[in-house]
Unconditional design. Structure first.
Length: 255
């Protein structure tokens, strides 16, 4: 395959990404975004249109994703096993940090552990695959609350049970805490769910751009007090969460 043909494919993928983000775009708009001549953009669009990957809106003269793209996406989703996509990256992370790693999925305002890759270290939280914990007392639950305001709002009239003397049990304090979680981009629970256990969680997005789960680890108080080790663990956990998000189709930035 020639360098030229690879470049054409790269440009075509960029066009599809922009159409997915903006819904409809004209040739001139795409040319400006891609820094390409209009004739180049038009040739690519015509080819994609012939395969029904894009279609032209006859009223506006602009292009949008076509039914062919939908068919491809539907087939992909049908055979998409999230855990099979996630696990290899979790294994790689465990080998790097020597800590047990957990992956949880969000569904209907609840967070469930769906995958665990264990390390040789004894420290681990009590959760098993399929289990869940109270959202207000769990790092993963806080990730959910930070990204689904309706779920957070629903806790306003619910008793926030105390599990340790560090559990947040007042809704106003929880709301302020979740605001900080959203600003930080990650969540902590410091002995809020289990004593002598600190959990760190980072969000995982998918192709819809929504946060659909989280990646988290549980560490000891000794590790928590080691700033250098903590910085290392947070950096590696964040990197892997981003890699998993990309694997699930999430695109952070456009070219």
């Amino acid at each position: 395959m020639s360098v030229k043909s690879i470049q054409v494919i790269d440009r075509a993928v960029d066009i599809l990404n922009y159409l997915a983000e903006h819904n409809e775009l004209g040739v001139t708009e795409l040319g400006t975004l891609l820094k390409l001549h209009k004739s180049t953009v038009h040739r690519i669009l015509v080819t994609l249109e012939e395969r029904s990957i894009v279609e032209k809106n006859l009223e506006t003269g602009k292009y949008r994703l076509g039914i062919g793209m939908f068919r491809i996406g539907a087939k992909m989703i049908k055979r998409f096993d999230i855990n099979n996509k996630v696990r290899p990256h979790m294994v790689e992370l465990v080998n790097k940090i020597d800590q047990t790693v957990y992956f949880s999925l969000f569904k209907d305002g609840r967070a469930f552990i769906t995958e665990i890759v264990e390390s040789n270290k004894a420290i681990r939280m009590s959760g098993v695959i399929g289990s869940e914990a109270p959202l207000h007392a769990w790092a993963t639950g806080k990730i959910l609350l930070a990204n689904y305001s309706n779920v957070l709002e629903a806790l306003k009239d619910v008793e926030l049970k105390s599990f340790t003397n560090k559990t947040i049990t007042e809704y106003s304090k929880l709301k302020d805490h979740i605001k900080q979680v959203k600003e930080n981009g990650y969540a902590l629970d410091i002995e809020e769910w289990e004593e002598n256990m600190i959990c760190i969680a980072f969000p995982v997005n998918d192709y819809t751009t929504k946060v659909i789960g989280s990646l988290h680890i549980a560490i000891s108080k000794t590790t928590w007090k080691d700033k250098k080790e903590m910085d290392f663990l947070k950096d590696e956990l964040q990197k892997t969460a981003r890699i998993i998000s990309k694997t699930l189709g999430y695109i952070e930035t456009w070219k």
